[in-house]
Ligand binder design. Structure first.
Ligand code: FAD
Length: 335
């Protein structure tokens, strides 16, 4: 039997008012609920599936409206089943890691969200680590250090999953994840399992080959080096303290809003700081007082407010410095 969590079968509100716009909106909503309910009956996976799941509970900005369908697959067969049902119904789908680099709209996500959290295996094979892509990357770094394995420690205390870090080619403290990535198991565009052998030339600053494809990664392998656990712990504590000093843990955010590729001769935070953007606020969304490239949710912000702050920063950089910053935070959902 398909385990279906509460929230399923939400009733469609009776039409109120007589504006054409309202009728169209209700009609679209009714059609969507009917489609989603029909799909729920078709999906047969071992993991959970829910309807109208608020994405604010799954993103580090703590904002985002409901996803029509939200699934937590437990097996690769589950993912294949979900992709097949979505494709047959012409439904779009989105893979969610830790939600640490996405701004989901207040209206939410039309279609299916595939949350990879259950793919959290951690296995050592000699000096290599085999990790599920849903495992928090910081946990992976911590467990590797306990085993005396170096390679991922620079990612300690960075939010997000192993899969999200590979997809983004996460980078901090002078290192990128592609430096230790050996291979990735994923489902290709035809839902076939494949192995990708990592080549450095396929990656660049915050770029990975997965950004150009519609695939689901479920396992990755990393080349590690033997190291002293105490030394690794010391380095990880330094990284943690540095993040703490930049306010990473004091308010919901998605880290740096714009890429820090130094194309313009200085760190992006410094450039934005020079524009006096610290503290700039729209509603409850605000440029952090501690770092001008971070936007925080001060409590109860909407996605629209966060986006308005980001767009203001972007416009100011263009108008005052004549530069086009590249946004790192991804917009998701129906805007
Ligand atoms: C406080 C804070 C500090 C941060 N500091 C840094 C930093 O120092 N360096 C840095 O690089 N980033 C930083 N970030 C951003 C974020 O942590 C990284 O981008 C992280 O790698 C995102 O991972 P995620 O699992 O949350 O991805 P998500 O935000 O869930 O997804 C990001 C993208 O990856 C795709 N994706 C995720 N998993 C899979 C999968 N299994 N298969 C296919 N596609 C997938 C998603 O579809 C989406 O397109 C920070 C964020 C916060 C909140």
């Amino acid at each position: 039997m398909r385990p279906v969590a509460p929230g399923v079968g939400r009733s469609i509100p009776a039409e109120a008012g007589n504006s054409g716009w309202k009728r169209t909106r209700d009609f679209r909503y009714a059609t969507r609920v009917a489609t989603v309910n029909k799909l729920l009956d078709k999906i047969n996976i071992s993991g959970t599936v829910r309807t109208d799941e608020p994405m604010s509970g799954h993103t580090t900005f703590e904002v985002g409206g409901p996803a029509d369908l939200y699934a937590v697959p437990q097996t690769v067969a589950d993912i294949i089943e979900l992709l097949a049902v979505a494709e047959e119904a012409g439904l779009s789908w989105f893979v969610l890691g830790g939600g640490a680099n996405v701004l989901v709209s207040d209206r939410g996500i039309r279609g299916l969200v595939i949350d990879m959290r259950a793919f959290s295996q951690f296995r050592r094979e000699d000096d290599e680590l085999v990790l599920g892509t849903g495992l928090p990357i910081s946990d992976a770094a911590e467990r590797a250090a306990e085993l005396g394995l170096a390679g991922l420690e620079f990612l300690y205390s960075m939010p997000g999953s192993v899969g999200g870090a590979v997809w983004m080619n996460a980078r901090c403290y002078g290192y990128s994840i592609d430096e230790v990535l050996e291979s990735v198991l994923y489902l290709d565009e035809n839902r076939r399992p494949r192995r990708y052998r990592a080549r450095r030339e396929d990656f660049a600053y915050k770029r990975s080959p997965f950004q150009n494809r519609r695939v689901v990664m479920y396992e990755s392998r990393f080349r590690m080096r033997p190291a002293d656990p105490a030394e690794l712990r010391e380095r990880m504590s330094e990284y943690y303290r540095d993040r703490e000093s930049k306010g990473h843990f004091s308010a919901p955010s998605a880290g740096s809003v714009f890429k820090n590729n130094r194309d313009y001769g200085a760190p992006t935070g410094k450039l934005l700081d020079g524009l006096g953007l610290r503290g700039f606020q729209v509603g409850q969304a605000k440029v952090s007082d501690l770092h001008a490239n971070i936007v925080i949710n001060t409590g109860g912000a909407t996605a629209a407010e966060i986006r308005a702050v980001i767009e203001h920063m972007d416009r100011q950089a263009r108008a005052q410095l004549g530069i086009q910053l590249e946004r790192e935070v991804l917009y998701a959902g129906e805007w």
